[in-house]
Design a protein around this ligand. Structure first.
Ligand SMILES: C[S@@+](CC[C@H](N)C(=O)[O-])C[C@H]1O[C@@H](n2cnc3c(N)ncnc32)[C@H](O)[C@@H]1O
Length: 222
């Protein structure tokens, strides 16, 4: 297994499964943020009826399973075998859902059918060099298709490639994965430079409560 897959398997052990139902009593739903029952939903993707949509870094699969439930041909990709196993166990038999264990860039290089929308929720788009991944996404997005991704906003002054630490316990060093952080305006420039149009990036405020960090949501179109 690659070091990246080992790191994300370790992360997977520390993360709970999605709740059986949300605050509205729904058994599947879309969440772009780190907060429960907060923010916009799948409408940001503008997936046409029966459209094909790709989740890069789908984790335990809750969002991609929701898109399948809405009638999309929903494809989830994740580098972590453990994340994928959890996704398969909970959602694996859902009609319209495909799950693949793969690195995001490698998957995009070999799947030639194309997508109506590509998205990533705190996923592979955050953890892959945009100079490598954005051209690969653009290549596979059909004309007019949307790319939308969310992640934690950058800490002021900490831009570009940053280190994220995945703890392993008191007597072991944490594992490290790289992530890419920019201010909203810088993301708009990066996406425009890679040939995307209608690029919007903004930070959605946290819901009322003690936590204050919002969610950066970036959207663009081919
Ligand atoms: C913070 S988790 C988010 C998971 C999920 N999107 C969610 O909202 O719960 C990041 C996920 O991205 C996956 N990931 C990170 N880099 C990746 C890459 N280059 N290719 C595929 N998956 C990747 C990890 O394995 C992990 O499951």
């Amino acid at each position: 297994m690659t070091e990246t897959a080992i790191a994300w398997d370790t992360y997977s052990r520390q993360r709970p499964e999605r709740r059986p139902v949300n605050a509205h009593g729904e058994t599947s739903w879309f969440n772009w943020t780190q907060y429960l029952d907060h923010g916009p939903g799948a409408e940001l993707l503008e997936v046409p009826a029966g459209g094909r949509v790709l989740d890069l870094g789908c984790g335990k699969g809750g969002n991609v399973a929701h898109l399948a439930a809405l009638g999309a041909r929903a494809v989830g990709v994740d580098v972590s075998p453990r994340q994928l196993a959890a996704a398969r166990e909970r959602w694996g038999t859902a009609p319209g859902l495909e799950l693949h264990q793969a690195e995001a860039g490698a998957f995009l290089a070999q799947d030639c059918e194309g997508f109506d929308a590509v998205y990533s929720v705190y996923g592979a788009v955050w953890f892959t060099d945009p100079a490598r991944l954005l051209p690969a996404i653009r290549e596979r997005l059909r004309p007019g298709g949307r790319l939308v991704f969310s992640q934690r906003p950058a800490v002021e002054g900490c831009y570009g490639c940053q280190a994220s630490y995945i703890p392993r316990g008191d007597d072991e060093d944490p594992l490290v994965v790289k992530r890419w952080d920019y201010e909203p305006e810088a993301w708009e420039q990066v996406l425009t430079k890679h040939g995307f149009g209608e690029v919007y990036a903004s930070v959605l405020a946290a819901p009322p409560g003690r936590r204050t960090v919002g969610t950066l949501i970036v959207s663009a179109r081919t």
